[in-house]
Design a protein around this ligand. Structure first.
Ligand SMILES: [Zn+2]
Ligand SMILES: [Zn+2]
Length: 145
């Protein structure tokens, strides 16, 4: 398996884009954090390492990192865009808590099979899919009891 850095470098080379040290630093910090990160979360982490990197640079870098298929954007319908790892990660779905915002990841071959069946039945070619179930997580249910 190629490293994420190699994937990014190859992507940039193919696109005729210049390799940038800041972008690689952003990728590093993003990959080290196994969470669903908003751009502000990420910017906060990056500033701790390199205060010279601006928010606009983080935005641009994440958009390139997504285009290179290393990250993907997810939307938990709370008005904030989040990023998660895509490279070398299994396709998964989310259970999203409406109280604390936690997103539990679900990897399920049954769901994938079901989706394939569904698409086939409708002669549909899926491009991307994501399933989200909104509700209240176990911890938050405990707190309200
Ligand atoms: Zn919760
Ligand atoms: Zn996820």
């Amino acid at each position: 398996m190629k490293s994420a850095k190699t994937v990014l470098r190859e992507y940039l080379k193919n696109k005729g884009m210049l390799h940038s040290k800041q972008r690689e630093q952003i990728l590093d910090i993003f990959l080290k954090t196994e969470r669903h990160l908003t751009i502000d979360d990420l910017y906060g982490l990056i500033r701790k390492k390199n205060p010279r990197i601006g928010l606009a640079t983080v935005y641009r870098a994440m958009s390139t990192i997504c285009d290179a298929s290393l990250a993907r954007e997810i939307d938990f319908e709370d008005g904030v865009k989040r990023f998660e790892h895509k490279y070398q990660h299994q396709h998964h779905h989310h259970l999203v808590c409406l109280k604390c915002g936690r997103a539990i990841e679900i990897v399920s071959p049954e769901i994938e099979k079901f989706q394939q069946r569904l698409a086939k039945k409708h002669g549909f070619t899926p491009v991307k899919d994501t399933m989200k179930i909104f509700g209240i997580c176990r911890q938050c249910q405990r707190k309200t009891k």
